[in-house]
Design a protein around this ligand. Structure first.
Ligand SMILES: [Zn+2]
Ligand SMILES: [Zn+2]
Length: 142
């Protein structure tokens, strides 16, 4: 019976793009734990957390850019009929767009320094799953 509740909790949880753990209140977490003071950065990290992006996407499979409807493209060109199979691909594409925007902010030399390093690191394909081991490899970055 509590299964449904559990699902809702999962949906609410957002992935932190800095420590790659899920948080219910990501906004608060970014402020308190990582002191992300750059508002633009925080806004993008929130979008990254829920993999939310409105606009055109690039297909992660064939690199076709400017797709207004990636979901349709995945069905028509890659024959991914199952909605569940499309979710991770869509998520990857959306997060790739958000990374590009973070990179753009970094390029502009923001007055408030950025905390995250999503756009500078290697692509983490398994960000959806909880991986505690990945931390040590990225810790040596600085
Ligand atoms: Zn975090
Ligand atoms: Zn494609």
């Amino acid at each position: 019976m509590s299964n449904r509740h559990f699902e809702r909790v999962l949906q609410k949880n957002k992935l932190c793009g800095i420590c790659f753990k899920s948080y219910n209140n990501l906004s608060q977490h970014l402020k308190v734990s990582h002191t992300v003071r750059n508002q633009e950065e925080r806004c993008l990290l929130l979008k990254y957390g829920s993999a939310r992006h409105y606009g055109q996407l690039t297909c992660p499979i064939c690199d076709k850019a400017n797709l207004a409807r990636l979901d349709k493209h995945l069905i028509d060109l890659h024959d991914i009929q199952n909605f569940k199979d499309r979710i991770p691909v869509m998520r990857q594409a959306k997060r790739a767009e958000i990374k590009k925007k973070l990179a753009a902010i970094r390029m502009s030399n923001p007055p408030i320094p950025m905390v995250s390093a999503l756009d500078t690191g290697p692509d983490l394909d398994n960000t959806g799953s909880d991986n505690g081991k990945a931390e040590s490899s990225s810790a040596s970055f600085r």
